[in-house]
Ligand binder design. Structure first.
Ligand SMILES: NC(=O)c1ccc[n+]([C@@H]2O[C@H](COP(=O)([O-])OP(=O)(O)OC[C@H]3O[C@@H](n4cnc5c(N)ncnc54)[C@H](O)[C@@H]3O)[C@@H](O)[C@H]2O)c1
Length: 555
């Protein structure tokens, strides 16, 4: 029996449901290769209906969510943002309004995470029919309450409806996959994929396989989570609490002791983290930081010096009794810290700094910043590949290519000036992003830059022609006006999407340099060839009136 009450898919995906059915019967739809693995299915001898899945084969276009509370809502927001459709299923019909609100709420911060070109957003639909969800999706993520028996029963029911090449993952904070999968159909496609709140901003997901989980399942899951911008940390073997919650729990247990013993308030204990270790953890974690703290001899010295106190020990292994007095101290302490701010307000503050931290770490290519950078690399490359396809199609037709549309963006609320218009410096940023996208199209990517070659901006001329207000959707079209061995001259137009008005233009001259020598150098022949082909394809377009114009000269 399937958990949940019969119902129908609601929302825009409802009309699309029949289109999924061929996929459910095994056909693979065309589209971006989110992950593809070849499959070998071998019939198991003991049961003619059971197949041993040698590998998983499913392109994830639609994610199914089982349980749509805090964590289900977070998964939905992340998946939709990166172009995956979501079918959300919950036993409570009122969760539809909740999850739609949660997705809208998450979008504010999520939309500021990266400026890289994103695919069109996924579509969200909701159902109370859990089996219908299981039949209509490519990947199931379970997020129901942390109760072993409830999860076992519900997952078993779902597994009878989800086609066997659909991965089923559980968000459980501490239960072990072998226990959860005890009654599953095709348990080799099951694993734990433990995320962190807010799922839409924190990239970590712990992947834990059980006794029978196939390596292909873990691989396929890792590819999917990477596709939606996450860092998949493979846990070597199943243990209660996986890795991170064991560490978090140790810290929390000690906090409870210190509050219980009247040594410190919750606020003082949080200060002891946020002004010190918390700042270090985001970039290097605990072990690498301790390695540094040991001076030249590193970790060996650190262990010699501080190892003995681990035996005293300073800390305790058993949590204190959760007495009414301790609960009151914890609640009053955190209420004092909140200082009248609502949970929503605090969430917004948390989300904003989580975005900012990741953008800073991105510059150093470490931790969550490295994940963000890798995601952007893929997004830019996908945008460039689409543009190459468009250009090839145009060249095969009339031989005249329109300006390339490589960058879609929106005026972020923090980009506006005192008049409520997009401020000057942001025009430079948007045009810089457009140049990046075009040059990437030509092959100037991360690997190219790592090889010690880059294009430096030597001149920019911007004209401003119309207003762009907060949240205004915009796009940029780009042309190559001139290219030689060492230089390329680009021309961009920024458009308002609502009325196609031309908001601004930019003409930019780039010089190719050898970054180690700090000197101009000839660009790679492939890069030059692509830029030259693009210039030739666009050569019959009328020259832009703003190109070569001096500041203030009438048009
Ligand atoms: N909250 C966190 O910080 C966090 C972090 C990581 C992982 N998790 C794990 O994620 C899971 C969900 O946690 P949460 O905080 O989102 O819980 P939640 O209480 O916010 O949401 C659970 C949802 O599941 C629904 N539900 C209950 N029984 C169901 C059933 N049989 N079928 C379908 N839906 C059902 C409920 O209506 C509710 O909407 C838990 O396993 C938890 O350990 C939580």
């Amino acid at each position: 029996m399937c958990a949940g009450v019969p119902g129908v898919l609601k929302g825009r995906s409802a009309a699309r449901l029949p289109a999924h059915m061929p996929l459910l019967r095994g056909a693979v739809r065309s589209g971006p290769p989110y992950y593809i693995i070849t499959t070998t299915l071998k019939r198991a001898r003991r049961d003619r209906w059971r197949w041993m899945v040698g590998a998983i084969m499913r392109q994830v276009r639609t994610l199914g969510l089982l349980g749509t509370g805090v964590i289900g809502g977070g998964w939905a927001a992340r998946a939709l943002h990166f172009g995956i459709d979501v079918v959300a299923a919950d036993v409570k019909p009122e969760m539809e309004a909740w999850i739609r609100g949660a997705v809208a709420n998450a979008e504010g911060a999520l939309s500021r995470l990266t400026f890289a070109p994103l695919p069109p957003k996924g579509k969200l639909s909701f159902t109370t029919d859990l089996c219908l969800m299981a039949r209509s999706v490519d990947f199931v993520q379970e997020n129901i309450p942390e109760q072993l028996e409830l999860k076992q029963r519900t997952l078993a029911a779902i597994s009878r409806h989800a086609p066997r090449d659909v991965v089923i993952a559980s968000s459980t904070s501490g239960l072990m996959p072998s226990d959860l999968a005890s009654a599953l159909e095709f348990p080799e496609r099951f694993l734990v994929a433990h995320p962190f709140n807010p799922v839409y901003l924190l990239p970590l997901v712990e992947l834990v396989g059980g006794k029978v989980t196939s390596t292909d399942t873990v691989e396929a899951a890792a590819r999917f989570y990477t596709f939606i911008g996450m860092h998949a940390l493979r846990v070597r073997r199943e243990i209660p609490g996986h890795l991170t919650d064991r560490l978090q729990e140790a810290l929390w247990r000690e906090i409870l002791h210190l509050v219980n013993d009247g040594v410190a308030t919750t606020g003082e204990l949080d200060d002891s983290i946020v002004y010190g270790p918390g700042l270090r953890w985001a970039g290097m974690g605990t072990n690498l930081i301790y390695h540094l703290a040991g001076g030249e001899p590193g970790m060996r010295h650190m262990l010699r010096q501080f190892g003995p106190c681990l035996k005293w020990p300073w800390t305790r292994l058993e949590a204190p009794e959760l007495t009414e007095q301790l609960i009151d101290r914890m609640v009053e302490g955190t209420q004092a810290q909140a200082a009248g701010r609502s949970i929503r307000e605090l969430e917004r503050l948390r989300d904003d700094y989580l975005v900012a931290i990741q953008q800073v770490l991105r510059q150093f290519n470490i931790g969550a910043g490295a994940t963000l950078r890798a995601l952007e690399e893929r997004l830019y490359e996908a945008g460039a590949a689409a543009a190459r396809g468009k250009l090839a199609a145009a060249a095969a037709g009339e031989g005249v290519a329109a300006p390339l549309r490589l960058l879609e963006t929106q005026v972020r609320p923090e980009w506006v000036d005192y008049h409520g218009h997009m401020t000057d410096s942001r025009f430079l940023q948007v045009f810089g992003d457009a140049s990046d996208a075009l040059l990437r199209y030509a092959g100037v990517d991360e690997a190219y830059r790592r090889s010690g070659r880059a294009l430096y901006t030597v001149e920019t001329h911007v004209t401003h022609q119309a207003e762009a207000r907060s949240l205004e959707p915009l796009y940029v079209t780009s042309r190559v006006l001139e290219v030689d061995d060492k230089r390329v001259r680009l021309f961009h137009v920024l458009h308002r999407r609502r009325d196609e008005a031309q908001v601004a233009t930019a003409e930019q001259l780039y010089l190719h340099v050898d970054t180690a020598a700090g000197k101009a150098s000839p660009m790679d022949a492939g890069v030059r060839g692509r830029l030259t082909a693009l210039r030739a394809a666009q050569a019959r377009l009328p020259p832009p009136p703003e190109a070569g114009r001096l500041t203030g000269k009438a048009r």
